[in-house]
Write a protein that binds this ligand. Sequence first.
Ligand code: ADP
Length: 472
Amino acid sequence: MFSTLKKFFKSTRFKITFWYSALFLLLEILIGVIIYVHLHTSLRNQLDHSLERQAEVIYNLVSESKVDLSDFKPDSLYTSADDFVYDLIYEAVVFNSRNTYVQVQLNKKIIFKTDNLKKQRLEFPDAKRNSTKTRFREEAFNNTKIRAACFQKGRYKIIVAFPLELIDETLKSLTDVYIVLGPLFFFVSFCGGFLLSRRSLKRMDAIIKKTEMITALNLDERIEGEEFNDEYGRLAKTLNRMINRIKVAVDYMNQFSVSASHELKTPLTILRGEIEVALKTAKTFDNLKEILLSNYEETLRLINIVDKLFFLSKLDNQLISLKKEKVSLLEFLETAALPMGYLGEKKNIKILLDVEEDFDFEIDAGLMKEAMTNLIENAIKYGDENQSIKVAGRKDKKEIRISVANKGLGIPPEEIKNIFERFYRVDSSRNRTSGGVGLGLAVVDSIVKWHGGRIEVKSTPGYETEFTIVLN
Ligand code: ADP
């Protein structure tokens, strides 16, 4: 249970959903803050505007009154200036007497104030001389906060105030709505995000499931969805290409182990047969010697195969380091090719060197000699009798080209691409008299590639074959 939860929290699905919802929530908060600030300022502006208008209207009414308010004479209608002003401004200005505070001063003396002010009075310092600009201030009044506007002109000072409580209440209810809706929005966006990510990751799940099912035994299977031109399509395509490469490598390894066991089994079977015959039938020392000699040849063949395989695996795993040194072309070819001359004596084959111009170049001379030995051995093995093998070296532009050419049966064009594969032999060479096991050219190929070079093959069946090592 705990591990499932842990897995869920670590999943891409959860991460996508979480970030999606968090972003959504952040956006919601941002919009909320913007609305709040905007509403707050516009309510304040509206309030200031209406306070200012009210103060000015009251000023106009009282200042234009024909009655001398500084020396008010009570009559049967109005017992005080306060009564008179109340009537005067009440008729002209519609205001909520319960919430709006109004105070009218004439020559610093209060001649009118609304009942809600009771015994208190609104204080506002005098304006700077000649300034008729409405001034605003906030103050605490009867445990509430009020915003007051003061319009002062001539002998009159009009103060109109309004409790801020109402604006605060409006803003508070907006905040309350956000506090309730915020988590709800977050929850809804989380669920929505989860469903969305589940839908979009469904194909990913299918790809994972299918990939998990692929083993060395079913490398023919392919992941579906390559046809879609999106990330999943690309992922399926990439994985399928990788499976293909693995399949080629596994097929190669399988083929290799079949060939290797076959090549190793043949001399071992011959050895066993010969030993059995010796044990059953050999009577004289000469009989035994003859069989032992044949055993010895088969053992050499086995050692040759194992040596070459070992050498190849060392090259494959880069366990052999390149010890490059400067050598002269002529000197290298003389030491690599001429000592092989004795091998050709049986077939009356001569080795001829063809070097027009000597120069120095850098190679691992030991490894490259091994490659040359294999090429010359082949030229002798597969070449015609009574001819010569031409070993040539030259520089062509920036490339160094070393070739071994012989007259003989040659290689059919369709076989050329295969001859560098391990244990591959052209059918005509698949007889034990050639002595080959199909590893010589694989060794040459690995050595040349290790040097960063390549091999070119030119063969005219029935006439001539030329292998060229090309180094940059
Ligand atoms: P092998 O041990 O059989 O010689 P190689 O890997 O050296 O194995 O060569 C692979 C095959 O390429 C040989 O079996 C042979 O058929 C062909 N081949 C190589 N060199 C020559 C050549 N000079 N002339 C004709 N065929 C050749």
